[in-house]
Design a protein. Sequence first.
Length: 133
Amino acid sequence: MVVSELLQSVLEAALRLSGFYVRIWLLKGLAQFYLDWFYDCPFQVFEETGFDISDIIEENQYIELTVNEQCTRLYIIPGVERSTKFCPRTRNEIRAVEWFPLADLPASKKDTTSKVKYNLGPNNFFMVVPFVK
């Protein structure tokens, strides 16, 4: 699984997307079960955000973890301004796209920072917690 974060140039914020039918907020680019993560990631990010990262993604700029026996990569994409307009290309898949401060991401299932500030419990960030730990 590839999880791609579009990060502000100073690496203070990450983009979060909300599913259209699901009320769980996640940081994602979701390119699941592809053989070549690096080459599929820009397509998935463009499809879900309308933003083309193909010229700015770095092949070796990622964090890789094994989560539940599945290898997961988080590509770091610096230099994306908060003023960037995102327009998902998929229909009825992405409901909302917002920036979320990295400092407010929960580091564990018991971290209540996001609940206090945004009324979003740490379970809403299940794909992010392993990378924040």
